[in-house]
Design a protein around this ligand. Structure first.
Ligand code: DC
Length: 221
């Protein structure tokens, strides 16, 4: 069993950027579990699978191949042999990921894959249920968050940088809606594990947040 760092929190808290930086500093592997739900979401959309059709969803889960590889430390995500690392980064893919993440059989499939990945290496894994469900025995657990306003502003800037048009108020509503969906679904809702340390990044930059996590790691190693 490797050394496991679990980072959970809502969309826009900076999880992936911060987790990636922590992993790089420690020379650990970074596993972005949201990317897996996004890849599944892309597959369901392309195949027009009705998420309410349990049998159809199960069939997809039994046959679909989701794989992670690393190129110079950058995670690539593969869907049935296709590199979907870019395709999964749209707003629609995010919404579809949130929708399919509420389906138990989808979670079962991805949680199993995530547990396997954590067994063999030292990893930093981020998501919504890592400290609570995927790696309840993780060596370090962090619940990373920030206010809705700050997270919406970050998302809004990301859209602008990508040349996408967006209205800040709409982005705020989107972020709040995604929080609601992720926190209120019946299976593995987003919540802070009892033994997770809360890190609020509202007034922190990436380096400060990564340093706060690295300090926690140092106290446990
Ligand atoms: O972190 P992200 O925005 O890439 O995640 C996309 C969606 O996937 C998010 O709305 C909730 C879901 N998700 C999840 O339910 N469990 C995880 N471990 C990771 C993501």
């Amino acid at each position: 069993m490797g050394f496991n760092i679990a980072i959970d929190g809502p969309a826009g808290a900076g999880k992936s950027t911060i987790a990636r930086q922590v992993a790089k500093k420690l020379n650990f592997i970074y596993i972005d579990t949201g990317a897996m739900y996004r890849a599944m979401g892309v597959y369901f959309t392309r195949n027009q699978t009705d998420l309410a059709d349990e049998e159809a969803v199960k069939k997809v889960c039994d046959t679909v191949e989701i794989k992670l590889t690393y190129e110079q430390g950058v995670q690539l995500i593969w869907l049935n042999g296709e590199n979907v690392s870019e395709v999964i980064r749209t707003k629609e893919a995010g919404n579809m990921a949130s929708a399919c993440a509420a389906v138990p059989v989808v979670r079962e499939k991805l949680v199993e894959l995530q547990k396997k990945l954590a067994q063999t290496s030292d990893i930093v894994m981020d998501g919504r249920d890592i400290g609570t469900v995927v790696l309840p025995e993780a060596d370090v657990k962090v619940y990373l968050t920030a206010s809705v306003d700050v997270r919406a502003e970050r998302r809004f800037k990301e859209y602008q940088e990508k040349g996408l048009t967006a209205v800040l108020e709409d982005v705020k509503k989107e972020v709040a809606q995604r929080d609601y969906n992720d926190m209120h679904r019946a299976v593995s809702p987003l919540c802070q594990a009892e033994d997770a340390v809360l890190v609020d990044t509202s007034d922190m930059n990436i380096d400060q947040a990564a340093d706060a996590i690295l300090k926690l790691v140092n106290t446990c190693r």
